[in-house]
Design a protein around this ligand. Structure first.
Ligand SMILES: Nc1ncnc2c1ncn2[C@@H]1O[C@H](COP(=O)(O)OP(=O)(O)O)[C@@H](O)[C@H]1O
Ligand SMILES: [Mg+2]
Length: 278
């Protein structure tokens, strides 16, 4: 599944974002070949989410270009069809899916809506796919019928992942998406994401402070500090032999069992993953 000319599914070049007098992202470039996955790591506030938000069009770049599936998306979409296509090509799952899920919509309806919007399938095919997707992410019948407020954080996160996958995106951005899942569910979701990548060729952009997750799911990594890329390369190499002192410190601050934010960690409180609460 290559792009016209076999190019990357996602390419950003010279990306910059300025908020008032703060430069949140400065001269960030990377290219993501089809089927490969890229991690973006960096301490809290280093610009990771801002990059993700620019890629999906929630934030407009101050400078630079973003190209997905060979098409420029640096400028706002011109039409509803263009917006829809952009949504289909690149999906995102945020850290806290509570805000992105409609409180009046069950998991099942939320997934069905995406299938209708992006694929226009008849009801029977959608029903079968909804069942498949909820099953894939480990939601049972009752959970699939429940409203977001009746679900735990981890269950809501799985709804958000199933919903994103329903669009069959070429690129799925996961912004701390598995951080809040409890350990066994996290392992299940990571395996699921790996399987989906193998079977569909989707590429992930994984934003995570958990370097074990980064190692498991990505081929390449960029290390971000104050909006700039300070190190990049194959994930294993960068994590095993970091060249930059900052990467070494990041690696040393990885949450381990018993790790608490603020105890020598570089990451701010709230990023060490709330537990699932069940
Ligand atoms: N809408 C905004 N307005 C002003 N500043 C922002 C906005 N969004 C993010 N920032 C700032 O940009 C910097 C990068 O934020 P963010 O991309 O969320 O970092 P990360 O995801 O790496 O923690 C932070 O200093 C943050 O406070
Ligand atoms: Mg963030």
């Amino acid at each position: 599944m290559s792009e016209p000319g076999g190019g990357p599914v996602l390419e950003v070049a010279g990306l910059r974002k300025v908020f008032g007098d703060l430069t949140a992202v400065e001269d960030v470039s990377f290219a993501l070949p089809p089927g490969r996955s890229l991690a973006i790591v960096g301490e809290s506030g280093s610009g990771k989410t801002t990059i993700a938000r620019m890629i999906v069009g929630l934030e407009r770049a101050t400078a630079g270009t973003i190209t997905a599936c060979g098409r420029d998306r640096s400028r706002p979409a011109r039409s509803a069809a263009d917006r829809r296509r952009r949504g289909r090509e690149v999906q995102i799952v945020f850290q806290d899916p509570y805000t992105s899920l409609d409180p009046r919509q069950s998991a099942r309806d939320a997934i069905d809506e995406v299938l209708r919007l992006h694929h226009g399938w008849p009801a029977q095919r959608r029903r079968a796919r909804v069942a498949e997707l909820t099953d894939l992410v480990g939601l049972d019948e009752r959970q699939a019928r429940a409203l977001p407020r009746a679900l735990s954080g981890g269950q809501r996160q799985r709804v958000a992942i199933a919903r994103a996958l329903a669009a069959q995106p070429r690129v799925l951005i996961l912004d701390e998406s598995v951080a809040a899942l409890d350990v066994s569910i996290q392992a299940q979701v990571l395996n699921l994401l790996a399987d989906i990548r193998d079977s569909t060729g989707v590429s992930y952009v994984l934003i995570s402070h958990d370097l074990a997750v980064v190692r498991q799911l990505t081929d390449d990594v960029i290390v971000l500090r104050r909006g700039r890329v300070v190190e990049r390369g194959p994930t294993g190499e960068v994590l095993d032999q970091p060249r930059h002192e900052y990467t070494r410190r990041l690696r040393a601050s990885v949450p381990r069992p018993g790790w608490k934010p603020g105890r020598g960690g570089l990451l701010a409180a709230g990023e060490d993953g709330d537990q699932d609460g069940r």
